[in-house]
Design a protein around this ligand. Structure first.
Ligand code: DGY
Length: 324
């Protein structure tokens, strides 16, 4: 009998994905469903063929130096792969797979939720209702800022940035973007390209961060760059917390230079800078950009398709390459 491939599984996934894992693989999981510590993960990978990990797992150079030679592919259940050292993986000839494409709509929807939640002061409004403090109507209470006719600057015009642009057009917004490479007009329509990200900031009454956290983009928003935004700008981040220097955004939110921020991702999450919690002009979510039944199912299936393809020597649907 052909043995089932051994796959280390670091998280618990949606039922359809779990059913497929149990059917097709010998799954190695942590005890009690707790997350693996690095040493435990190395031990679990001994003799395994593949690993199914999430962005919470640090697959760094040290880990990759030591991981079992039996591991041929590590599939991350995420479109971001900043938690994986690609060079170290290439040195060990371990294929890295990710889940691009299938998360686009869910994350773009969430960017709009954050944009509206921040600009319409949803946190304060919810608090007023839930605390029972809403006693009378007022013509001047909880006035927000409207997207109609305003510029939305999109930092990172990949699939998700483009999907945010499509949605924002429906709200009457004018789209500006920065991307390392200009995108063809057939794809981005009349969106205005800025070849300098600082120029993008200068026109962004609303700013949506949609770039990966990389050497080039890490801490892109800090005191000096925040100052370039028009006074009263709204900042939205569905990408990675590492794009922002938290203390400096918090200072801009305190001064009102940034009127409000909608954030789904945080540097060092799930811990977040306590300064965000003390502010009323923040609309905060716990990294749920891809958290829909449809998207989480598609992500799991794509991750497993990648594992199957690498282990059977057929072309994998989405391996991380230099150009990913
Ligand atoms: C990703 O896939 O990288 C998302 O941030 C996870 O929700």
């Amino acid at each position: 009998m052909v043995r089932k491939p051994i796959v280390v599984v670091t998280s618990h996934f949606i039922d359809a994905v779990e059913t497929r894992i149990d059917r097709e693989y010998e799954a190695r999981r942590s005890k009690n469903g707790a997350s693996f510590k690095s040493e435990e993960l190395l031990a679990a990978a001994e003799g395994a063929d593949a690993m199914l990990v999430t962005m919470a797992d640090r697959i760094d150079a040290e880990f990759l130096k030591r991981v079992s030679a039996s591991v041929k592919v590590i599939a991350t259940y995420s479109v971001g792969y900043d938690h994986i050292d690609l060079r170290a993986a290439a040195e060990r000839k371990i294929a890295i797979a990710f889940t691009p494409g299938v998360e686009t709509d869910a994350v773009a929807d969430l960017a709009m939720l954050l944009l509206l939640g921040a600009s319409r002061r949803a946190y304060e409004a919810q608090e007023l209702v839930r605390s029972g403090a809403w006693k009378s109507s007022s013509a001047t209470a909880l006035l927000g800022w409207q997207p109609t006719g305003k510029n939305l600057g999109i930092f990172g015009m990949g699939h998700i940035g483009q999907a945010v642009a499509r949605r924002a057009r429906g709200f009457g917004m004018k789209i500006h973007y920065y991307n390392p490479i200009r995108i063809a007009e057939e794809t981005v329509g009349d969106a205005i390209f800025h070849d300098d990200p600082l120029d993008l900031l200068r026109v962004s009454a609303f700013l949506s961060l949609n770039a990966p956290d990389s050497k080039e983009t890490h801490h892109f928003l800090y005191a000096k760059t925040l100052q370039l935004l028009p006074p009263g700008a709204i900042v939205v981040n569905t990408a990675r917390g590492g794009l922002i220097v938290d203390e400096e955004l918090i200072a801009a939110l305190q001064s009102g230079h940034v009127a409000a921020a909608g954030l789904d991702v945080f540097e060092g999450e799930p811990k977040l800078h306590p300064g965000y919690l003390a502010l009323k002009n923040t609309f905060l979510l716990p990294h749920i950009g891809s958290a829909t039944v449809e998207t989480r199912t598609a992500m799991g299936m794509l991750a497993l398709d990648n594992i199957d393809a690498v282990l059977s020597g057929t072309p994998a649907p989405s391996l991380v390459t230099r150009d990913s």
